[in-house]
Write a protein that binds this ligand. Structure first.
Ligand code: GLV
Ligand code: MN
Ligand code: MN
Length: 410
C-alpha cells in the first residue's frame, strides 16, 4: 500500500528548503537551500535502504540492489531544483514518489532481480546557468564537458567553482552514460498543463517530448540623458529588445501550429534608471515545438527580424544559441507498460505529448524512456499554487511501482 500521508508530508518537508516563504518554493542549483535539500534527500534515501552515490556534476543515484548484479539496472527519478516562486510538486514527485514506490514494493515482499537507480538530476531548471537539464544533458552526452565547466551564472561564478564548493569533484567528462547503462528509464511528473484534469483522465502516458531551444540576445545601443537626447538621435537598446520580443510572439503565432510556443522570459536593461536611455539589453528566448522543422522555421524568422531591428535602430546585436534540442520519442514498450499498469488498476489513461521538457528528454538518448503524467490543478505549474491531489499522486506512484516491478522482475 502506498503511504500517501507519509509521501505528502515528505513533499511538504522538502518544500521547506526554499529561499522564498511558503507556499512559494525557490531552490536554485547549489544554493544553500539546494545543498540542504540534497543532504536531506540523501538521508532519506539511506533510510529507505538505498545505496547513494553522486557524480561530478551532483547527479545523485540511489540504488535498490537487485539479486543479479551482472544485469544492467533500470532507472527512474527527476529533479528537485525549483525556479523562483515555483510550487512543490514539479520534479519532486518523480523523486519522492519513486522512493515511496520502492518502499511499497519492498513492503509487499517483492525482491528485484535487476537493480533500480532513483536518479536525482542536477538542475533540470535553467535558473542558474540559463541551460535546462544540466545533469541529464551531461548524462545523455548532449553537452560537452568543457563547455559545461565554463558555464557562468549572473555573478560570473563558473559551474566548475560552484560544484567544487557544493562538494562535487571528479571529471565532468566522466558523467556521460554509455548506451545500455540502463535497460530503461521512466519519470513520474505532473502534467503542467490542463488536459488530464479537464478530461478527467487519471494517467498520461507520454509518447513524445517537444523540442526546446533557447537563445540569448545581447543588444548594445547608446545610452544618454532621458531628457537631453532627442528622439531621432537615439539608439535605444531596450526598445530594440522590445521589438525583438514582439517578433518572437509573431514568429510563434505565424507557424499556425498550436505546438509552437515562444517566450521572452528574461529581459534586462542597463543602466536601469528612469532618466537614462537604455544602452544595453539582454533578452532570453525560449522556443519550442513538437516538430523540429517548424521550430527551426520560427527560429529563422526571429533571427531575421532581430537583425533587421538592429539595422534599423543602429544598435549591435549578439545572438547566442544556448541550446537547440531535438524532440524525444518515448519507447513504445514502456508507454504500453504504463497504459497496461493503469488499466489493471482501473485508472483511465491517455497517450500524450509533453510540451515541457524534462530530464527524460536526455535519458531518451541513452536508453528506452517514457513518462507518467498525473493531473495538476488547473494545469498550473511554475507558480506557488501548483497542486496535485493526494489521490492523483497515489495513482501515479502506483503506476510507477507497477512499471518498476515489471522491469526489475526480469
Ligand atoms: C521545464 O521546467 C521546462 O521549462 O519545460
Ligand atoms: Mn519546472
Ligand atoms: Mn520538472
Amino acid at each position: 500500500m502506498i503511504d500517501i500521508d507519509r509521501l505528502t508530508a515528505e513533499i511538504d518537508t522538502l518544500a521547506g528548503f526554499s529561499s522564498h516563504p511558503s507556499p512559494a518554493v525557490t531552490r536554485v542549483l547549489f544554493s544553500r537551500e539546494d545543498c540542504d535539500a540534497r543532504d536531506w534527500m540523501a538521508r532519506m534515501f539511506v533510510e529507505a535502504g538505498l545505496v547513494v552515490r553522486s557524480d561530478a556534476v551532483g547527479n545523485c543515484f540511489a540504488r535498490w540492489q537487485g539479486r543479479d548484479t551482472t544485469r544492467a539496472p533500470f532507472a527512474t527519478g527527476s529533479h528537485i531544483d525549483a525556479i523562483p516562486n515555483a510550487g512543490k510538486y514539479d520534479g519532486v514527485i518523480g523523486v519522492l514518489g519513486a522512493v515511496e514506490a520502492v518502499r511499497m514494493l519492498r513492503a509487499k515482499g517483492f525482491q528485484p532481480e535487476r537493480s533500480l537507480d532513483i536518479i536525482l538530476f542536477t538542475a533540470e531548471e535553467p535558473t542558474r546557468f540559463g541551460i535546462g537539464c544540466l545533469g541529464s544533458r551531461l548524462l545523455g552526452g548532449a553537452l560537452d564537458s568543457a563547455a559545461a565547466a565554463a558555464l557562468e551564472d549572473v555573478d560570473k561564478n563558473t559551474l566548475e567553482t560552484l560544484r567544487a564548493q557544493a562538494g562535487f569533484s571528479g571529471l565532468l567528462s566522466e558523467v556521460s552514460l554509455r548506451h545500455g547503462a540502463y535497460t530503461g528509464f521512466v519519470e513520474l511528473h505532473i502534467e503542467q498543463g490542463p488536459l488530464l484534469e479537464r478530461d478527467g483522465i487519471d494517467i498520461g502516458a507520454v509518447e513524445k517530448i517537444a523540442a526546446p531551444a533557447a537563445f540569448r540576445i545581447t543588444i548594445t545601443g547608446e545610452g544618454g540623458h532621458a531628457g537631453a537626447v532627442l528622439m531621432p538621435d537615439r539608439h535605444d537598446a531596450g526598445l530594440a529588445a522590445a521589438e525583438i520580443a514582439l517578433a518572437v510572439e509573431r514568429a510563434a503565432l505565424e507557424t499556425a501550429s498550436a505546438d509552437t510556443v515562444g517566450t521572452t522570459g528574461v529581459f534586462l536593461i542597463e543602466p536601469g534608471a528612469i532618466n537614462s536611455v537604455p544602452c544595453r539589453a539582454v533578452i532570453e528566448i525560449d522556443l519550442r515545438d513538437t516538430d523540429l522543422a517548424t521550430r527551426l522555421r520560427a527560429e529563422n524568422a526571429i533571427h531575421q527580424a532581430a537583425y533587421a531591428v538592429a539595422d534599423r535602430r543602429g544598435v549591435s546585436l549578439e545572438w547566442e544559441t544556448i541550446n537547440s534540442d531535438p524532440p524525444a520519442i518515448c519507447a513504445p514498450e514502456l508507454v504500453a507498460s504504463i497504459e497496461s499498469a493503469a488499466k489493471a488498476r482501473g485508472f483511465s489513461s491517455r497517450r500524450m505529448i509533453s510540451r515541457a521538457y524534462h530530464d527524460s528528454l536526455f535519458m531518451a538518448r541513452v536508453c528506452p524512456t517514457a513518462m507518467i503524467f498525473v493531473p495538476c490543478r488547473n494545469g498550473w505549474s511554475h507558480r506557488p499554487d501548483e497542486y496535485v491531489s493526494p489521490e492523483a499522486l497515489a495513482r501515479g506512484v502506483a503506476v510507477l511501482a507497477d512499471v518498476i516491478e515489471a522491469q526489475l522482475g526480469v
